[in-house]
Design a protein around this ligand. Structure first.
Ligand code: MN
Ligand code: MN
Length: 478
């Protein structure tokens, strides 16, 4: 028989008083569940390489589950009642999903908000040129990238081209095993002495990040730019487009590789775009798996977060407010603006965005005691911003109390975080724009290693915990 050790007075007191760190793997015994959930997450990542593709895939899945296009309901002048599921497609780049709750709208809603845009390399509006018998696309990077990470890797090309007649051509090249890919070249180390002596922020010049797209000349010696002409001809034959059509196009270069398991134990996921599609996927599936919520439950997937939530598909715009106004109107015959105002002021949102996980290879960037960690579940960021909390969205202690309770009551692993050590940098999310609407909001998301790199790392247990946490919040937070 084993000897039962008697705990000392100090040990008992420590147990009672101190805050305990948890490893989320210890909280969820069913590994199978975590792994199979993450298999579908990886599939979502592979389908959704751009914001447009994520919106399309999200709507496809929602429609299968009975979600209806809100704008169709408005056109047909139909009412909405508790239990109804609706969505709105915002210009193919953002989407809001909702299940109407039992409580009236002036009591508020419960929302989880994530973003589906990710750092990438955009193609310019006059992109194609030829130099020394090679054809290139001029590019303009999108979001905060470390430029060197995007060189010498396979890139796929996605987006839309609108032709002269207004017709849309969908482009997606580089994902299929047999597709060609594109790449931005890097200098060989042998000749990189000058480059290597430069500061990292200056070593790669943005205007030199031109993507290699071809090298066969068009067989006519009367033409001067033969390689360029050959590419234009290929594009004309395949898509029926001419060079001017690039002007009305949105084409994005993204890493061409697929989401992978990482580690001998397959405990992690390595993939492009996990910031913030990990929170998009987990909040979407959380909403899909709840029924008959008390408060109207929403999943808000925004665009343009990586460049400041600007524009009419970003969180700074009115699209969420407008969506809620429509819901208030369709559920209340005597709609007035005050119902929307009360709705916003009584609403709570989890701003579901990824967090900078502590990286033991880069000591000193984080405060060890207040940092997100891989494998410890959801990371809650009370405030964002930089330096003296400048530009922060700072959640009230009262809100944190509620969030902590709903997570504890539902056995959701969580921990607190800051975006790095004080004065080391910082950043923002959609939270500040949502707070401006009167909504109570706090950042709460999945810790990520190598954030904004072409290959970002998350822990599978954190992904599953996010799903569990968002579900508990949407369904149970009173
Ligand atoms: Mn993000
Ligand atoms: Mn980001």
């Amino acid at each position: 028989m084993e000897e039962t050790k008697v705990k000392s007075k100090g040990q008992k007191l420590m147990e009672k008083l101190s805050y305990k760190k948890v490893n989320a793997w210890d909280k969820i015994p069913d590994r199978e569940k975590i792994f199979s959930y993450c298999d579908d997450y990886k599939a979502y990542l592979d389908i959704g390489k751009t914001e447009r593709q994520c919106v399309k895939e999200t709507i496809k899945r929602a429609e299968k589950l009975g979600y209806e296009n809100l704008d169709k309901i408005i056109d047909e002048d139909l009412p909405l009642t508790a239990g109804d599921k609706v969505y709105r497609n915002i210009k193919d780049k953002a989407v809001i999903l909702a299940i109407i709750g039992k409580k009236p709208f002036d009591k508020g809603t419960r929302m989880v908000g994530a973003h589906v845009d990710a750092p990438r390399i955009d193609i310019k509006q006059y992109p194609l040129y030829e130099n020394t018998d090679m054809a290139f696309f001029k590019t303009h990077y999108y979001g905060g990238i470390k430029k060197y990470q995007w060189l010498a890797i396979p890139l796929s090309l996605h987006g839309v081209i609108l032709k002269k007649n207004g017709e849309t051509v969908d482009v997606s090249i580089g994902e299929d095993e047999n597709d060609p890919v594109f790449t931005i070249t890097d200098l060989l180390p042998h000749l990189a002495k000058d480059q290597m002596d430069k500061k990292m922020s200056e070593a790669i010049v943005a205007e030199a990040m031109n993507a290699l797209v071809g090298s066969i000349p068009y067989g006519d010696k009367e033409v001067s730019e033969k390689v360029k002409l050959n590419i234009l001809n290929l594009l004309y034959e395949k898509y029926d487009i001419v060079e001017e059509d690039f002007f009305s196009a949105e084409l994005e270069l993204v890493p061409a590789f697929k989401a992978k398991d990482v580690g001998f134990d397959r405990s992690m996921i390595g993939a492009y775009g996990q910031d913030d599609r990990v929170c998009a996927y987990t909040s979407m599936t959380a909403l899909f798996d709840i029924q008959d919520p008390e408060y109207t439950a929403l999943c808000v997937l925004t665009d343009k977060e990586e460049i400041g939530s600007v524009g009419n598909t970003g969180a700074e715009s009115r699209f969420l407010e407008d969506f809620l106004a429509d819901l208030c109107n369709l559920t209340n015959e005597n709609y007035t603006d005050i119902i929307l105002r009360r709705c916003l002021n009584n609403s709570i949102m989890l701003s579901a965005d990824v967090n900078a996980a502590y990286d033991p290879n880069y000591e000193g960037t984080h405060d060890k005691y207040n940092s997100a960690y891989l494998g410890r579940g959801l990371a809650i960021l009370k405030f964002s911003g930089a330096r003296g909390k400048s530009g922060a969205s700072d959640a009230h202690a009262e809100l944190l109390s509620k969030i902590r309770r709903v997570f504890n009551d539902n056995d959701v692993a969580w921990h607190t975080t800051e975006l790095g050590a004080v004065d080391k940098g910082g950043g923002g999310t959609i939270a500040m724009y949502i707070a401006n609407l009167g909504v109570d909001v706090v950042d709460c998301g999945v810790p990520v290693l190598s954030m904004h790199a072409p290959f970002e790392i998350t822990s599978k247990v954190d992904v599953y915990t996010a799903y569990k946490g968002y579900k508990a919040f949407l369904k149970k937070l009173d």
